[in-house]
Design a protein around this ligand. Structure first.
Ligand code: ZN
Length: 292
């Protein structure tokens, strides 16, 4: 039986989180190119096997393969009528792998459109899209929601409002900072921490965008701005380099182990990996934290 997530986040060593799903499962098949989340049905065994590999590596928190399964993105792929089905299928696979030994986060990513006034998407439509996804994730039985790879605080607020209109489960939110130390919409770590703190979330932090070495100062800055925050981190396995048309990530498990030790010393409470990371990276994180 798992202890309650808020209590686990307050006590003991940092929580080991899952690594990348999309960059591991990526393939040139028709489903993946249309909407990666279709793999929860077309290649359910591969998704389940990967989730199980993360559990075997020591992950205590899995994420559903639902990063792009919101109404706005799925509508663009002609899949507007399959929001519930795809989110439910993804949670079922994560839950099956977790087998009551790991928490399951319902992963929620950006809509891929700019919110007004920068773009066409109204806050109301974004909120409704997130509410529909969150309702399906909650129905599937997630323990929490993790809003990730965000760059616009207005979209974060729409996502949080959408989730809270259908569920009172804990919420993590992580932003994606770039090399300049800001998100694509120009948000820096201190501002992000202060704005996110006002939303009373269970965890805030950074994912994607940067490798472990570049992400660490972002986390330190967030913590400096908000010392009470529960910080969560999922760096990429470095910055992708294009090799033969494919993105190659060159940061290995040892550097993730080092990152995990530094994060723990800093006070970060949940550590995993984003793009380019693999079960080997998460196993290194788990081993590093276990040996502290
Ligand atoms: Zn990523």
């Amino acid at each position: 039986m798992l202890e309650s997530l808020p209590s686990r986040l307050q006590n003991g060593r940092p929580l080991v989180c899952h690594g990348a799903l999309g960059t591991v499962l990526q393939s040139d098949d028709e489903e993946f190119n249309r909407a990666p989340e279709l793999l929860n049905l077309s290649r359910a065994e591969s998704v389940l096997a990967l989730q199980r590999e993360y559990v075997a590596a020591g992950a205590e928190l899995l994420g559903s393969f639902t990063f792009g399964a919101n109404a706005v993105k799925l509508a663009r792929a002609g899949l507007a009528d399959r929001i519930r089905e795809l989110n439910l299928a993804a949670v079922r696979l994560a839950r099956q792998a977790a087998d009551r030994t790991a928490y399951v986060a319902g992963t929620i990513g950006p809509t891929g459109e700019l919110l007004a006034p920068y773009g066409e998407l109204s806050a109301g439509r974004a909120t409704a899209a997130y509410a529909a996804q969150a309702a399906a994730l909650a129905e599937g039985g997630v323990d929490l929601f993790w809003i990730k790879t965000m760059s616009d605080l207005a979209e974060v607020k729409a996502a949080v409002a959408g989730i809270r209109s259908v569920s009172d489960l804990p919420i993590f939110c992580s932003l994606s900072f770039g090399m300049g130390g800001r998100t694509m919409m120009g948000v820096g770590p201190s501002q992000a921490a202060r704005d996110l703190a006002e939303l009373a979330l269970a965890g805030i932090g950074a994912n994607c965008g940067l490798g472990p070495g570049e992400m660490l100062p972002m986390l330190a800055e967030m913590l400096e701005a908000c010392p009470e925050a529960v910080l969560v981190a999922q760096p990429n396995a470095g910055l992708p380099e294009l090799a033969g048309g494919e993105a190659v990530y060159d940061v290995g498990p040892e550097e993730f182990a080092d990152f995990a030790r530094r994060c723990s010393a800093l006070g970060v409470r949940a550590i995993g990996g984003c793009c380019g990371s693999t079960p080997a990276h998460i196993a290194a994180v788990a081993a590093a934290l276990a040996s502290l």
